[in-house]
Write a protein that binds this ligand. Structure first.
Ligand code: SDX
Length: 434
């Protein structure tokens, strides 16, 4: 775990002194300078807003090469996992570090099934939310509330870790479906021991006692693929939130709830909802592609090409390629014609040949096409980021566990440079100018 290779030193010259810091390399040749003593040596801190150049940890979980558009979970390329595995196999891989054999997968699936119900008292919580409450608000509240129903487990015992992981992975799906049913005033649907992970989710979402809901294998396959695409992405905003909250010793449920809240933002996981809202606006207002591109480039215009750009990928997001193909396959197989897909494809073509986007290396990211596929499955737009959260959960759990076992780690507490008022005296209120 965490094998790095010392490959030399880097020197910093400051105030007539030279300081030397070790440089180390990871398994894929990425290098870092270890500057844990910088402030103590020099009195300086490193200022890096957004942490674009700052490593928070050493991790064995996911590798991304943003320049080459490479993404691997525990060494397996994302396209292979998306095509050859189920989401539950990938969840097991991320948490345990290896793909399950048949008996491990059977045990894990049975555990997920056994843990798919929520406490009956929790179901009452849903009744008190306004029907237009955003499902991400409900999900984060319900996940942290799990810590009230399930006693603090001894997370140093293997089987208790498996129990908590299975409980979270299984119940997040039940909670998500319940929030949808509640929002449309429909009866809650219980999970079934006869269905697989994704089949159960779809059934809890769409089964009603008065309509014969058929689980469509094409939709099951496509949703497995989309969940795999979202399963992890190294130190993104929400995973960093999970790690930061976990670093204080907060329990897994509380840390995951923080990750759900971070994911909700439109610059992060909320982008999949924002993409559809953007495409619907373009379609509704009859905006031309040229107008969209011009507005996206105009700094004075709040219009942004949602689903485009990425902090790490400066080439095509490999997940976007897979999501686009899955989208086309699902729509073709289900015989759905969606004008929003036509608009998205035209936007992509235009942007990829426009100097502004080319110069800034702005390509479609994972969120650009996923929403159109989810829409074709009948999943409402405000549930898109919930689907992202279900997908990302195994990654969040894997990072929380990895950080907890990492001897290098301690409570996260960045520094700052203060620029506020210097020391001053209080003036009595009667002497303060009106
Ligand atoms: C996810 O980190 C992860 O791994 C995240 C994620 C994961 O799996 O966890 O991959 C999931 O969050 C994907 C990203 C989803 N967000 C969006 O699609 C929202 C739209 N994209 C942007 O807001 C933006 O690209 C970010 C937030 C994704 C990245 O922001 P950065 O790295 O801070 O880049 P930036 O804002 O500094 O942009 C650099 C330049 C700027 O122009 P200049 O100041 O240089 O003139 O590119 C421009 C930006 O204005 N730009 C865009 C743009 N994105 C960046 N211009 C128009 N449309 C866009 N979408």
């Amino acid at each position: 775990m965490h094998e790095v290779k010392e490959v030399g030193t880097a020197e910093l010259k400051y105030a007539d002194k030279t300081y030397s810091y070790p440089v180390f390399e990871g398994s894929e040749g990425e290098r870092a300078i270890r500057m844990g003593s910088l402030r103590q040596d020099t009195g300086l801190i490193n200022y890096d807003p957004g942490y674009g150049n700052t490593g928070s940890c050493i991790s064995d979980i996911t590798f991304i090469d943003g320049e080459k558009g490479i993404l691997r979970y525990r060494g397996y390329p994302i396209d292979v996992l998306a095509n050859d595995c189920t989401f539950i196999e990938v969840a097991y891989l991320l948490v345990h570090g290896h793909l399950p054999n048949q008996s491990q997968l059977t045990h894990f699936s049975r555990l997920l099934n056994r843990k798919s119900l929520i406490h009956e008292d929790m179901r009452n919580f849903f009744k008190n939310y306004p029907e237009d409450a955003h499902p991400m608000a409900i999900l984060s509240a319900m996940v942290v509330s799990l810590s009230s129903f399930y006693r603090e487990l001894n997370m140093s015992v293997e089987e208790e870790i498996d129990l908590t992981v299975a409980r979270l992975l299984s119940k997040i799906r039940t909670l998500a479906a319940l929030s949808y049913k509640q929002s449309i005033g429909a009866p809650h649907v219980y999970p079934s021991s006869k269905l697989t992970y994704v089949e159960n989710f779809l059934n809890m979402m769409f089964y009603t006692p008065v309509a014969n809901y058929e689980i469509d294998p094409i939709t099951v396959r496509a949703l497995n693929k989309l969940l795999i695409l979202h399963a992890d992405h190294e130190q993104n905003c929400s995973t960093s939130a999970v790690r930061l909250v976990g670093s204080s010793g907060a329990n897994l449920y509380a840390s995951i709830s923080a990750g759900i809240c971070a994911l909700w933002g439109p610059l992060h996981g909320g982008a999949n909802q924002a993409v559809i809202e953007m495409l619907e606006q373009i379609h509704r207002e009859g905006m031309t592609i040229d107008t969209c591109i011009a507005r996206a480039k105009d700094k004075d215009d709040p219009f942004r090409l949602m689903g485009f750009g990425h902090r790490v990928y400066k080439s095509y997001d490999p997940r976007a390629k897979i999501a686009k193909k899955a989208c086309e396959d699902v729509l073709n197989t289900l015989g759905i014609k969606d004008e929003l897909l036509d608009i998205a494809v035209q936007l992509e073509e235009r942007a990829l040949s426009d100097e502004y986007f080319v110069e800034r290396k702005l390509y479609p990211n994972v969120d650009f096409y996923t929403g159109i596929t989810l829409r074709a499955m009948g999943i409402p737009t405000n549930m898109f980021t919930v689907i992202f959260a279900i997908g990302r959960l195994p990654g969040w759990i894997a990072h929380w566990l990895e950080q907890r076992d990492d001897k290098d780690q301690r409570i996260g507490r960045p520094r700052q440079i203060y620029t506020g008022p210097v020391k001053r005296e209080i003036v009595p209120i009667e002497d303060r100018p009106e």
